[in-house]
Design a protein around this ligand. Sequence first.
Ligand code: FEO
Ligand code: CA
Ligand code: CA
Ligand code: CA
Length: 708
Amino acid sequence: MSDRPRLLPLLGATRHGSRDAMTCLYRCGNACDHPVPNTSDNTYFGDLVEGEVSRRGVVRAGAVGALVLGFGSTAVGALAGAAPAAAAPATPVVPEVGNPTAPQRGVGSGALTFKPIPPNQLDTLVVPNGYDHHVVIRWGDPVLPGAPRFDLRGQTAAAQAKQFGYNNDFVGVLPLDRRGKRALLVVNHEYTNEDLMFPGFTGLDNLTVEQVRTAMAAHGMSVVELERVDGTGQWRPVGQGRRPYNRRVTALGTKFELTGPAAGSAWLRTAADPKGRTVVGTLNNCAGGVTPWGTVLSGEENFNQYFVGADAAPAELKPRFDRYGITTAARYPSGSRKWERADERFDLAKHPNEAHRFGWIVEIDPFDPESRPRKHTALGRFKHEGANVIVARDKRVVAYMGDDERFDYLYKFVSDKKYLPGDSWVARKNNLTLLESGTLYVAQFAQTSAAEIDGSGKLPADGAFNGTGRWIKLVSGNRSYVDGMTAADVLTFTRLAGDKVGATKMDRPEDVEPSLLTGKVYVALTNNSDRGKAGKPAADEINPRNLNKHGQILELVEDRGDNTAESFSWSLPIVAGDPADPSTYFAGYDKTKVSPISCPDNVAFDATGNLWISTDGNALGSNDGLFATAVEGPERGHLKQFLTVPLGAETCGPFITGDNRSVFVAVQHPGEITGASVEKPASTWPDGDYAKPGVVVTWRLDGGPIGS
Ligand code: FEO
Ligand code: CA
Ligand code: CA
Ligand code: CA
């Protein structure tokens, strides 16, 4: 591994922030070059000024259905350490509700004792003094029995479908026993970068069909059984791909069941699936979440870029394709991933409804390797970053979700049915259907200091970017609340429904996650290069900077501490950037003591309720990284950088185990810098030869917890 400092090899143009043009092409199909898909003129945020609200909500720790997914005594391990002998349906490890390991006093205000690392441009993974790290698994490592050793020059779809996929994003670690010795790693593989995968690459058009199919097999998800390395926070795969839970989900062959009110609707029927209930594959799976019942949710994000032929589709579909950024020559001249060369359903001229079968929240049960994963239409269709669930006080479950696009919206789903605790057959059966029916809402925000917002990021006189807001009901069960749209219309074209009801246009809502210890919800608003541009919405109190390069963190507190409430208050604890920049804000904490941060993307919580934030596209010149801060008490806003990832990479995951002993991150797209190739890598992480995405675990050398 190369640890020597290197200058960023700026071979090509960087785009917004430090995001390289190559990342823009492969990850989101150059979304920033395209017109903003939201051209609606729905209600302007500034018209909704309401009265003063308190700056911070009241902590109501213990009042919500708090739970811990982890390795402590409260992480209920039904297996009691017994590995399944065969691939029989596994007994799930169901986390308890209402029994957090964290002390109620001091929730979210734990001291983070690590010494922050400085920004850097090293081609290595950097962790604080006193910590170690190791690659858990990388692209091409075996996942399934019979997986051949990775052969860079002899890649096949069949081999890749048994190996760890490309560009790991979401990371979930689910305990398999009570002793904290075994766990399942569940990972999304968001997208591929063929420049960096195939030796001799000369353009997407020149790939063989087998190479296209290999890329399709490198998408999806992986489930990998891990074991803890004794006495440390280190984890490693067990059994060389021969464990019964291990699984690959791909864009090529895995069948998904559509559930919910839009399943079977005319929008979802195709020649290959005339009933509109079964979809082959999932793609562009970005972030996700672990549910209280031990399944994993995953968001299908930039699915638009995989389709061609929209111009030849029926005319009535074109405005719908436009709103989702699906290629029509008139508005979106850039091409696709060329998947239509391997599978004609990606050609909308032939199969116009196929595009509607992506853009959903996917649920997979990693404890049942034979189970069919599902796409839940009740949670709406947009460029889903991910979804995170909390059990509300009345035991209904609430999923929070972001639509990652400039000027798109924030959503939540409230289930009809109630969560049943425990891992009985009855509870399990019930909980697996919780996301199949319920109510979908979109957020509309109101501000307290509208007249003072000038786009500079200057803090209003009341000392906070804050306000109130309401959840606007879009659909409940089979009943639509949007004029002129049926429930199936609303769920399949959720962006159009949000436009009609006046949802608030946000600065790219990425990961949205409730703290299970307080019920407060945190949203990563990553950036918005178009905010305040001519003809585009100007800054408002929740998106307070024009040409927003660095993003902000939103804290949302539901009224009465009830996650099913239809109204809330909000504030911005962090307005990101260089702390020396007057437009930044760190909850009022002394800015000389905080780490610079740019482009927050994923959020997570440790067992004490501190907020962890990973970044994508650092616009301050450093590699991307992982940060942590308390969110309650005097340390709120004391943001410290915990790690950085190698050159060209973004930091995904993250996941902190419930015993606070291990921090997992996914290193996505290392070396993704224009001009780089397998032969001319811009990063040689992790093995010193060419760049490979991989999942890393970090732990304290003395075995102690992260922080104190
Ligand atoms: Fe895949 Fe919104 O990042
Ligand atoms: Ca993301
Ligand atoms: Ca998260
Ligand atoms: Ca991202």
